[in-house]
Structures are given as structure tokens and as C-alpha cells.
Design a binder for this molecule. Structure first.
Ligand code: ADP
Ligand code: MG
Length: 391
């Protein structure tokens, strides 16, 4: 069954009738620009073909009920009760099952902007791999936010809906992530990456021409699950904030590559390396956008490789499986490769000649096998459309 059909039939078995409509939003990969979003910097993600679908219908009472193919039980609360659930205090678990905090958090965040509306039934199905760094979280937020925007006649634009999704993720789930994933999922376009300034939220589509150039983007899902609401992600954020404060900058966006010598004198070694990653990564995003426009995708390989090295050595968010994926892909002739997403697990991407897909995939599989790692899931993606109503 297709994902929309699965969402529809899940809705029908929950309610006994058809949904009013289907809304969907994609996962994303990030071509380059990692951990720069919450530093007011630059990112270059694109939406992928895998999507999360929400089948939704209004109720004639004030209750909201959510169900997902990923969960055993529906979760039901009164709309007025959402304010008792959220925000989830920092470091605590949500008071509903974590998955339900995403769609319920979106409803809560929308109501927080003054939007009012009836109760809802929401059934969710997805073919975005969950917890793989491909942003199934932004996909579930984007699908839900799009549905509620229509059914509650909220009239918000895509950027405002991305902010609603981020608020759900930050304050209802308790994951201190930036805005990149939600913006990519809301604003994605076929054959374009989205060049996003995370300070102004200006988003410019940059054509990548992957298909015309005979290239492909391979995703290597290491199947090492990551969790952003815990540990390392929070620590990296704190280091960035400390670095910016010590350098007298509002955020690391305002620190340039030329400031790094001064930063080295002022900061302890760990904070300096965290700062150096963010500062050089921002520059790499700008360089990648320029290179794509002037020379095309085949010319961005070195920037991807440099980005991975910076995340591995300076930001220290890679894991052996991600390094193995990147090294094996490059060794088998990939143009460039890097881990994508927040790190500590998840997926890597490799930019390859399309006719080398088999060879690169084989090399990655062999490298995982000889290291004794769980076999990776490997597939190609193309830049795809953002959130929309399906029917
Ligand atoms: P990623 O966004 O990289 O996939 P996250 O940890 O940010 O990883 O988000 C994954 C979490 O999002 C899951 O553990 C689950 O709580 C929630 N989630 C994502 N998709 C679904 C879905 N279709 N149904 C229910 N929960 C989902
Ligand atoms: Mg996520």
C-alpha cells in the first residue's frame, strides 16, 4: 500500500469514516551546513522523495486524537489540556508518548499563536526512515502543521509553519534543534537545494542539476539511531553559545574565518574547535552555493569532504559507522561524501556518478561487513517537493 493509502485506512479504522483530506511533508538531507542553523548561519538542505502523510478530519467536540503506524495505541487529549502537557520542562520526558508530542505539540504551538479550531482526528503514516538523520521529525511536524493550517483556517505561510514545527520540537518534545529541518521540509522544491539564511529565514532555491549532470546522491543510513533531545547535541549548542559570548559576538554567524586566530588565543581547545567547525562550515555553505551556480554539482566534492573532516575532528559528532561510510564511498570513486544531519549516528550522503551507484554501494557494504557493523541501508534520493495537501 502507498503511504497515503496507509494513512487513509488507519484513519478509517480509527474513526469509521474517511478523512477530510491528506497532507504530506518530506524528510530531507542536508547537502552542507551542519550545526550552523542554531548559530544564525547558513544551510543547504533539500527535501527527499520520502514523505510523512497525515490523514485528518475535524470532530464535533474539542478533543484531539492522534494515531501512527509507528505506535501501538492512539493518544487522545482535550484541546484545552494541551497547555497542561506542554512546554515539557528542559531535560524531562514529554507527558505523552514521545512520538505523540510531535503532532500534539504542533496543535499546541498553533493554538499558542491565537488560532482556534475544533477537535481533530489525525492518522499518520510515513516512509521516511525514523531516527536516521533524514528528519522524520520535521516531516511529521510539517504534515500536521499543513493540515491544521487548512482545517483551522490559520492562514500561515510556509515559514510561519516551519516555526510552529520547530516550537513543537523544541518545547513539546524537548529537542533543542534549529530551524533547518522544518524549513527544508516546508519549502523544498524539485531539483533544488534550499539556501537558507537561518538569521533572516530568507530561503533561495539553488538548482543542483544532479540528474542532468548524470550524478546521483546516495544515502547511507548507518542504522545507528541518534537522539537530539539528549547529551551531545545539547553540549555542542552550549559550546557554541560560550564561544560566541567569549568572542563578544551575538552568535557564531558574526565570527569570520579571519577571526579564528584571535579565537584560538581566547578559547580553550575544545571550545575553539567547536567554534572553528561552525565558522568554517558557514564559509563552506557560501562556497558550495557559489560553486553550484558557477561550475555545477560535480565541483562541490572537496567541500563535502572538508565538511565531514570538520565534523569528525573539530565538532566530534561523527561515529565510526559514518566515517566508514564516507571513507568507503570516497575510496570507491564518489565525488564527495559527508555525514548529514545532527550526527551521533544517522546517515551519510555521497555524491556519485550515477553509473557508479552499484560499485559505491558494494564498497560501502563490504567496508561495513569487514568492520562488523550492522549492514547499512543504501538508496538514492533526488531533490523533491516540500509540504503540500495531497487530496
Ligand atoms: P529524525 O528526525 O532524524 O528521523 P528524530 O529523533 O529527530 O530523528 O525524530 C524521530 C522521532 O520522531 C521518532 O522517534 C518519533 O518519536 C517521531 N516520529 C517520526 N516519524 C513518526 C511517525 N511517522 N509516527 C510517529 N512518530 C514519528
Ligand atoms: Mg529530527
Amino acid at each position: 500500500m502507498t503511504t497515503p493509502a496507509t494513512a487513509s485506512s488507519l484513519f478509517a479504522s480509527l474513526t469509521g469514516h474517511d478523512p477530510e483530506g491528506l497532507w504530506s511533508a518530506p524528510g530531507r538531507v542536508n547537502l552542507i551546513g551542519e550545526h550552523t542553523d542554531y548559530n544564525d548561519g547558513f544551510v543547504l538542505p533539500f527535501a527527499i522523495p520520502q514523505r510523512t502523510v497525515a490523514a485528518v478530519g475535524r470532530r464535533d467536540d474539542d478533543r484531539i486524537r492522534v494515531v501512527s503506524t509507528f505506535a501501538d495505541e492512539p493518544v487522545e487529549v482535550a484541546l484545552d489540556g494541551l497547555d497542561d502537557l506542554f512546554p515539557t520542562p528542559a531535560g524531562e520526558e514529554p507527558r505523552v508518548p514521545e512520538w505523540a508530542a510531535y503532532p500534539l505539540g504542533v496543535a499546541w504551538a498553533l493554538r499558542g499563536t491565537g488560532v482556534v479550531g475544533s477537535g481533530l482526528d489525525i492518522a499518520i503514516a510515513s516512509d521516511v526512515p525514523v531516527g536516521a538523520g533524514l528528519s522524520s521529525s520535521a516531516a511529521i511536524e510539517g504534515a500536521t502543521a499543513s493540515a491544521l493550517n487548512d482545517l483551522w483556517a490559520a492562514g500561515l505561510d510556509r515559514t510561519a509553519l516551519a516555526r510552529i514545527g520547530r516550537k513543537a520540537e523544541n518545547d513539546a518534545v524537548g529537542a533543542p534543534t534549529g530551524i533547518m529541518d522544518q524549513m527544508a521540509s516546508m519549502l523544498g522544491e524539485p531539483d533544488a537545494a534550499i539556501f537558507l539564511d537561518c538569521r533572516s529565514l530568507d530561503a533561495v532555491p539553488v538548482p543542483v542539476g544532479i540528474l542532468e549532470a548524470g550524478l546521483a546522491v546516495l544515502v547511507i543510513d548507518t542504522r545507528v539511531a541518534h537522539a537530539h533531545s539528549t547529551g551531545g547535541y545539547r553540549e555542542r549548542r552550549a559550546s557554541c553559545e560560550l564561544g560566541a559570548r567569549m568572542l563578544g559576538a551575538e552568535s557564531l554567524r558574526d565570527v569570520s574565518v579571519d577571526d579564528l586566530d584571535r579565537a584560538r588565543d581566547l578559547l580553550d581547545d575544545v571550545t575553539f574547535r567547536r567554534v572553528r567547525h561552525v565558522v568554517t562550515e558557514n564559509q563552506r555553505v557560501l562556497d558550495t552555493v557559489r560553486t553550484l551556480r558557477e561550475q555545477g554539482a560535480r565541483a562541490i566534492g572537496d567541500l563535502l569532504v572538508a565538511s565531514h573532516a570538520s565534523m569528525r575532528d573539530d565538532f566530534e559528532i561523527s561515529v565510526p559507522e559514518l566515517d566508514t561510510a564516507v571513507d568507503a564511498a570516497i575510496g570507491a570513486g564518489a565525488i564527495g561524501a559527508r555525514m548529514t544531519g545532527g550526527g551521533f549516528g544517522g546517515a551519510a550522503i555521497a555524491l556519485i556518478e550515477r553509473d557508479e551507484e552499484g560499485a559505491v554501494t558494494e564498497a560501502v557494504r563490504a567496508a561495513f561487513a569487514s568492520s562488523g557493523f550492522t549492514p547499512p541501508v543504501v538508496f538514492t534520493v533526488i531533490p523533491s517537493a516540500g509540504a503540500h495537501r495531497d487530496s
